[in-house]
Structures are given as structure tokens and as C-alpha cells.
Design a protein around this ligand. Structure first.
Ligand SMILES: Nc1ncnc2c1ncn2[C@@H]1O[C@H](COP(=O)(O)OP(=O)(O)O)[C@@H](O)[C@H]1O
Ligand SMILES: Cc1cn([C@H]2C[C@H](O)[C@@H](COP(=O)(O)O)O2)c(=O)[nH]c1=O
Length: 215
């Protein structure tokens, strides 16, 4: 028996760190895995965590066929017990279906990691397929926090710290980007709906305070 597990959460909640830990744990017990990622912030053919660890990975492209990736390795005599699939939100729905087939017909565990929704709170097509097909969906224990202290459940895209709602679904980037840059910030639903990032919430009001004429 093998499983397709989707580990999900907001940006910056520890998914890539867990992906590296899962690989380490399984590998040290003698299991053989293959690590995949797509558009990691650190560059192509990498899986990197903000904690500073990075390992080589097979870069997923539009041409990647996971069924062929596993069959090809096995026909060359390579053992494949599990796949680590990071940034899975960027995979095509057909590739998620290939992963499900790899689990069911080749008995390979697949551990997929990714965010579910984009900066407009719309599901990524790959994540939607994972939610539909996974044996288990696990929400990460380390919960990211909104600037207000509530649990962060949404990913905002920012330009110069200000939330934007227009743009391409896929723009690779990091949380905490500097002024002027496209970046991301995790927010609670209330502040995502209000478009209120840390920078805009703490910015002084653009209009001066009214004069106190009471005295
Ligand atoms: N210097 C640090 N010390 C301790 N924890 C850190 C540090 N930098 C980042 N983290 C933790 O790393 C996590 C982000 O890890 P990462 O695997 O890159 O996230 P994700 O893949 O979900 O975007 C956050 O939960 C944060 O708490
Ligand atoms: C919300 C959102 C995110 N992205 C990108 C930004 C990052 O490159 C990755 C998420 O990586 P992480 O390891 O989970 O931090 O996704 C995007 O392209 N579009 C979006 O709407």
C-alpha cells in the first residue's frame, strides 16, 4: 500500500523544511526517493527551505510525466520507494493524476507540498486536483501568523508592501520582499479581505488628523 499525501499551508509555514525532513527520515531508514520541485525561489533543480538547507531536485516542467519518470528509473534498476514533490501548486492537473497512478499502480508513496490558493484566494489548478485525489491532506502544524496575531490563512501579493489584486497567477517570490519589489505576505482572512498588510496598517494616515476644536 502506498499513499498520496498533500501537505498544505500558507507560504512560509515550513512545507519545504518538512519535505527535506521527510526525505531524510525515509532515506535514513533505507528507503529510496526522488525529489522534485518546480520554480523554487533558490533556482532550478533545487529544493530549498528558509531555514537554510537546500538539496538538488529534479526540475518539473510542462513536459514532465511522473509515470515515465518512475518507470524509466525502475527499468534501469533504480529502486524508487517514494517521491517528494515540492511547489506542487505549480504542477499541471494531469501531472497530479500521474502521481495518483504512480501511487496506485507502482506502489510508490508520494509526499506533495504546496500552497492551496493564490494571492486572489483562487485554488491553483494543481492544488485543486491534489485536494480531490489525495489519500490525506495534512495542514502543517507550524501556523503562520498575520501581523495582527491571528492565524494566517491567506497569501497576499504585495508591491512595496501594498497588497495587489491584479496579475498573473504564477510569480515566483518571497515573503518580506523589500520596498518596490513584488513580494508576498501571509494574512488572516479579515485582513486579506480588507487588503490590509503590515505596511499599510502601520502607515500614517494619508490625510492629516482633523483639528481638535473642542477647547
Ligand atoms: N532563522 C530562522 N530560525 C528559525 N526558524 C526560521 C528561521 N527562518 C525561517 N524559519 C521558519 O521556517 C519556516 C519557513 O520554512 P519553509 O520550509 O521555507 O516554508 P514554506 O516552504 O512553507 O514556504 C517558517 O515557519 C519559519 O518559522
Ligand atoms: C500566493 C502566490 C505565490 N506564488 C509563488 C511565490 C513562491 O515562489 C511560491 C510559494 O512558495 P513557498 O515555498 O510556499 O513560500 O509560490 C505565486 O506564484 N502566486 C501566488 O499567487
Amino acid at each position: 500500500m502506498a499513499d498520496l499525501v498533500f501537505f498544505s499551508g500558507t507560504m512560509d509555514c515550513g512545507k519545504s523544511t518538512l519535505a527535506l525532513q521527510m526525505d531524510y527520515t525515509h532515506a535514513t531508514r533505507g528507503r529510496r526517493g526522488v525529489i522534485f520541485s518546480r520554480n523554487d525561489r533558490a533556482g532550478a533543480e533545487m529544493l530549498s527551505s528558509r531555514l537554510g538547507l537546500a538539496v538538488p531536485a529534479v526540475e518539473v516542467t510542462e513536459q514532465t510525466d511522473f509515470w515515465r519518470e518512475v518507470v524509466h528509473r525502475r527499468t534501469r534498476g533504480q529502486v524508487v520507494d517514494y517521491l517528494i514533490c515540492d511547489e506542487a501548486q505549480f504542477y499541471a492537473p494531469e501531472q497530479i493524476e500521474q502521481l495518483a497512478r504512480v501511487v496506485d499502480d507502482l506502489v510508490v508513496d508520494v509526499f506533495a507540498f504546496g500552497i492551496t490558493t493564490d494571492f486572489r484566494t483562487r485554488l491553483f489548478p494543481g492544488s485543486a486536483r491534489l485536494l480531490a485525489l489525495a489519500d490525506r491532506v495534512e495542514v502543517l502544524q507550524v501556523r503562520a501568523l498575520c501581523w495582527c496575531g491571528r492565524r494566517a490563512t491567506h497569501n497576499a501579493r504585495t508591491v512595496g508592501g501594498v497588497m495587489v489584486t491584479e496579475g498573473e497567477q504564477m510569480v515566483v517570490g518571497n515573503t518580506g520582499a523589500g520596498t518596490g519589489e513584488v513580494g508576498y505576505e501571509v494574512l488572516c482572512r479579515r485582513h486579506h479581505r480588507a487588503g490590509l498588510t503590515a505596511a499599510s496598517a502601520h502607515a500614517p494616515s494619508p490625510s492629516p488628523d482633523p483639528l481638535d476644536l473642542s477647547g
